[in-house]
Unconditional design. Structure first.
Lengths: 148, 144
């Protein structure tokens, strides 16, 4: 990737050039968008707060409600897990179970478990279990990122 | 409903192990019988082998509950119970009573080798896989 910076007066403008199907280009665009892209969530005090996707550790659905966990709080989200993964999947949000999404960028380490399952350790000490149904997709995702 | 699902999930995992242990035990009995020129297995032997395998699989799932880690204490307990169940079952029900002493010793060695291989899979293979997964994760995180 070539990085070219031009200093000139006026509004900051970012132009990203590359093939349409380039994964690297899509990642850069998503990163740029995420800086201004916030999730509006409801915290424990029932206040609306703006949360960056990068601050999310994991999310789960309980009784048709989506709860998003950050390092210091638990918030309720007005959208589904599928919407979470679809919109911010390129930033590392990965569906790891029927009702769980984990932020791969927040994972400290992965541990292989019997039965084809994988356990993800988060900085808070929590362990998220990636079910055997989603473990192959995780391996593929990581290997795709490793080879990329 | 949650309790039902938990029990169902437990039984799915437990019965796989039960089936494996039953198959191996019956297979060993069949081989020993064939070597002695016997072409059949007593129904009681098959039934007791299944029963002992079931009991051991249930105890095993208690030693290693869902999402538990493989500690040395658990491994030792599991090995002790395995020996008690299968050697004890063989002695109690006379599965291999007709075998000479050296044949029984070979079977015990085979049992210990089988147990060691199962634990090798859990202790080392899984650890190696974990290290590889974490390495790939770090590479992935650098790209994002």
């Amino acid at each position: 990737m070539k990085l070219q910076i031009e200093h000139c007066p006026g509004e900051v403008q970012v132009t990203v050039r590359g093939p349409e199907d380039s994964a690297e280009l899509q990642t850069i665009v998503a990163l740029l968008q995420s800086e201004s892209d916030r999730m509006w969530l409801l915290n424990e005090q029932q206040e609306t707060v703006a949360v960056s996707p990068r601050d999310i550790l994991w999310a789960e659905m309980v009784e048709d409600k989506v709860f998003v966990y950050t390092a210091g709080s638990v918030c309720r989200a007005p959208f589904s897990l599928a919407a979470l993964e679809l919109r911010w999947g390129v930033l590392g949000l990965f569906r790891c179970g029927k009702s769980t999404v984990v932020n791969l960028n927040a994972v400290q380490s992965l541990h292989s478990r019997p039965g084809g399952r994988i356990e993800a350790l988060l900085p808070t000490g929590e362990k998220i279990l990636i079910s055997r149904r989603y473990a192959p997709a995780l391996r593929e995702k990581l290997q795709g990122g490793y080879e990329g | 409903m949650k309790t039902y699902l938990r029990i169902y999930r437990w039984s799915m995992q437990m019965k796989l192990h039960m089936a494996l242990y039953t198959f191996v035990t019956i297979f060993l009995k069949a081989v020993c019988s064939l070597l002695q020129g016997v072409n059949s297995l007593p129904i009681m032997d098959i039934a007791t082998m299944w029963l002992v395998s079931l009991v051991f699989a249930m105890i095993e799932s208690a030693i290693y509950p869902e999402n538990s880690s493989c500690t040395k204490g658990r491994t030792l307990a599991w090995a002790v119970v395995a020996n008690l169940c299968f050697i004890g079952g063989a002695w109690m029900f006379g599965w291999f009573a007709e075998l000479p002493l050296r044949g029984k010793i070979i079977l015990v060695v085979f049992l210990e080798m089988g147990l060691a291989m199962m634990r090798f899979g859990d202790q080392f293979v899984l650890k190696m896989d974990s290290a590889q997964l974490t390495k790939e994760l770090k590479q992935y995180q650098k790209k994002i």
